[in-house]
Design a protein around this ligand. Structure first.
Ligand code: GLY
Length: 384
């Protein structure tokens, strides 16, 4: 039954909002990514270093602003709007440095400038967001019909496309909707169509990385990426696909994207363990206890959006919403830190299966948890 845990979720939402108030207050002049050993968030607001210890251009640097805009939208407390704007201004340095920027301009500027423009109609925010959209569009490879994921001013990674990019397409759809210039959407659709053909496997799972010959557009191979091995199913990537394809459907009304989201969602639900919490990879060895609850949170948001879209199309979306609600309940009951021992909310996350630094909290897990708790109350600010 959809809505079975509504009251519990409202209590969890308000507890999370209470915690996020002091966490945001303390971190409002930094850019948090993960918590350090003392339980406090690190700060990514450093010079460009090409490492994950401090890098203003890092792909996750829009998520704290996303949390702040969601809090502003939910509470209407002015301080959140002001703090979110501090984050947006910090990211201007990325445009100047330029070489740290990649396809993740979507993640970074959807949650800063697009959200700001949506809430306040600030013309400077619109300029920033259109500038970011132009950078994303400029990464399109005409021969392979893909948006180049990584690398910038050199010849590294010229042929790599990744599943995560589906989420960044929302910046291109927004740019066409806002400016009336169809080029942005044309590129988004071309990339989404390529993803339909080259990333989704027969069983509904998806590759993380597909490598092209950037000069000819021919496929070279699929790569392991952040998952367990080549051919395995990195759960965060499956989550990006569920949510990313339904977003493309919502912007274009092309049913092929809705079907794709559903196919990956069926795979995800059928492979989820009894805990309702995502492992790092659905094909990791059975004895592994590794979880990635950032994947759990992203998939919950994608499944809720998919279920709603299917219901609006008079198809049966309740199965997906119910699965999302069971996952959200399990997450809230077993993987939520609501006290002050850590500034993060969601526990047991993972950057990648083979990543040697054991970062277990991730700002985007907290962002998607908040979005999910707001979604089930119909209170979220639409970011994608
Ligand atoms: N978009 C990068 C990741 O999901 O790790």
């Amino acid at each position: 039954m959809v809505g079975k845990y509504q009251t519990e979720f409202e209590i969890y939402l308000n507890k999370c909002v209470d915690k996020l108030e002091w966490v945001s207050q303390r971190n409002r002049n930094g850019i948090p990514y993960y918590v350090l050993e003392d339980g406090k968030y690190n700060n990514m607001d450093n010079a460009y270093t090409n490492t994950t210890t401090g890098d203003v251009s890092w792909w996750t640097n829009g998520f704290f602003a996303g949390i702040l805009w969601q809090l502003y939208n939910y509470t209407r407390e002015e301080k959140y709007r002001e703090w979110a704007r501090i984050q947006e201004v910090k990211l201007d340095r990325c445009f100047d440095i330029f070489q740290g920027i990649n396809h993740d301009v979507g993640f970074m500027w959807l949650h800063t400038s697009v959200a700001n423009y949506h809430m306040t109609q600030d013309p400077k925010a619109k300029v920033r967001a259109v500038h970011a959209a132009n950078i994303l569009a400029g990464r399109f490879n005409l021969k392979g019909n893909f948006i180049r994921a990584w690398g910038g001013i050199d010849n590294h990674c010229t042929g790599l496309a990744i599943i995560d990019c589906l989420m960044n397409l929302s910046l291109l759809y927004w740019a066409t909707e806002e400016t009336g210039d169809p080029r942005f959407e044309q590129i988004a659709r071309a990339h989404a169509d390529m993803t339909l053909e080259q990333f989704i496997r027969e069983d509904g799972s998806v590759h993380h990385i597909v490598k092209f010959n950037a000069a000819t557009g021919e496929i070279i191979e699929a790569e392991r990426g952040q998952g367990y091995e080549v051919g395995s199913s990195w759960t965060r990537g499956q989550g990006w696909a569920i949510y990313g394809f339904v977003n493309s459907f919502l912007h274009t009304k092309d049913k092929r994207y809705l079907e794709a989201s559903k196919k990956v969602a069926d795979y995800f639900i059928n492979h989820l363990p009894d805990s309702h919490l995502a492992p790092i990879d659905f094909k990791q060895p059975a004895e592994d206890v590794f979880e990635d609850n950032s994947a759990t949170c992203i998939a919950i948001c994608g499944l809720l959006e998919l279920g709603k879209a299917l219901n609006e199309e008079k198809a049966d979306g309740n199965k997906y919403m119910e699965a999302a609600e069971e996952m959200l309940k399990a997450l809230c009951e077993h993987r939520l830190c609501l006290d002050s021992t850590s500034e993060a909310l969601v526990e047991r996350c993972a950057v990648a299966y083979h990543f040697d630094k054991h970062i277990t909290t991730l700002i985007y897990a907290d962002y998607f948890l908040l979005e999910a708790l707001l979604k089930v109350q119909n209170q979220e600010l639409k970011m994608w």
